[in-house]
Ligand binder design. Structure first.
Ligand code: XIL
Length: 318
């Protein structure tokens, strides 16, 4: 068996991967990605983001996003749709616009209406709001928070629910995979939406970890349970476990395997942890080296498509 087949047999809804448009011309890559015994779920790594989808105000372009969603649908794979509201990869008309509270709320609603309507019925879930929090649990200073205040979050969830009542709505963030101020703040987002009767179905824990610094199985499991206790599902949405210096040692690869196993095990141990998504499965297309200089080797597959010890360990666990 392979990742998705085995994960489903253990009760998950899917084991998935992110991908991006330029990667789909790599036939070796595509043969692995499209195989549903490996991956039962796809996340577009970039091309559903605001700068791609609404490059100028009120003008939507779903061309690139549709390439990924059609790929997934053609292969019978679920879609995590990603994302509606994020501080990054915004078009300049949003970041440099002259906004009032009212005009930005209007633009936000138009964006969500346009995108959710286009993909209605195609997504298992939407990451409605992505990375709204700082690591200390305070709100991230971005155009939405600075103009609208915290109300942009309920507005975003209400608008998404209005245009696709059946899609699951997620809050998604990193460094919420262990207890602390940021995880507590994410739980407070869930509670405050629920207190107002606004639909939120899930929390995505990105899982961008560092080898040797990945939280333990018990830390991850108890943290997942502190979310699911609120009545929402959880998922690991962007897993990669990187080395901060390269090349890794043999013992480094063993530690990485332990870290992957702990993360997958925590999801398996948690009722209502629905799935695990890799933030791409091969180092060939990982975002890590371009974002964290000198770091990498974070994926289950090497750049040459051979598999890492961590892959073998995850398969044995499943
Ligand atoms: C990353 C993509 O992988 C890169 O290609 C892009 O340059 C920047 O964004 N958290 C998220 C993802 O929610 O959308 C980010 O994806 C990685 C961090």
């Amino acid at each position: 068996g392979q990742l998705n087949t085995l994960a489903k047999a253990k009760g998950l809804k899917y084991f998935g991967s992110a991908t991006d448009n330029s990667e789909l011309s790599d036939t070796t890559y595509v043969d692995i990605l499209k195989n549903t015994s490996n991956f039962g779920q796809i996340t577009p790594g970039n091309t559903q983001k605001w700068m791609y989808v609404e490059p100028s105000e009120g003008t939507f372009d779903f061309t690139q996003g549709d390439v990924i969603t059609s790929f997934a649908e053609g292969n019978g794979q679920m879609l995590r749709c990603h994302n509606l509201v994020w501080y990054n990869e915004l078009p300049s008309w949003v970041t440099s616009g002259t906004w009032t509270n009212a005009t930005l709320i209007s633009a936000l609603k138009t964006h969500i209406q346009g995108e959710v309507t286009h993909y209605k019925g195609q997504c298992y879930c939407w990451d409605v709001v992505n990375e709204a929090l700082n690591d200390d649990g305070t709100w991230r200073s971005d155009v939405f928070y600075n103009t609208i205040g915290t109300e942009y979050v309920p507005i975003a969830f209400e608008t998404a629910a209005l245009y696709d009542p059946n899609v699951k709505l997620y809050y998604n963030d990193y460094n919420i995979e262990y207890s602390g101020a940021k995880a507590t703040a994410a739980q407070n987002i869930v509670k405050s939406l629920q207190a107002r009767g606004i639909k939120i179905d899930g929390v995505g824990l990105q899982g961008h970890f560092i080898v040797g610094e990945t939280p333990t199985l018990s830390a991850q499991t108890s943290n997942l349970e502190s979310f699911t206790a609120l009545g929402v599902e959880v998922a690991y949405t962007e897993v990669d476990i990187r080395f901060t210096s390269l090349p890794p040692s043999t013992s480094g690869y063993t530690q990485q395997a332990t870290d992957y196993v702990n993360t997958v095990s925590a999801c398996l141990a948690t009722t209502d942890c629905v799935g695990i998504t890799l933030w791409d499965f091969t180092d060939k297309y990982s975002w890590i080296p371009s974002t964290f200089s000198g770091q990498g080797d974070a994926c289950l597959w090497n750049a040459d498509f051979s598999t890492k010890p961590a892959y073998t360990s995850v398969i044995s666990l499943l």
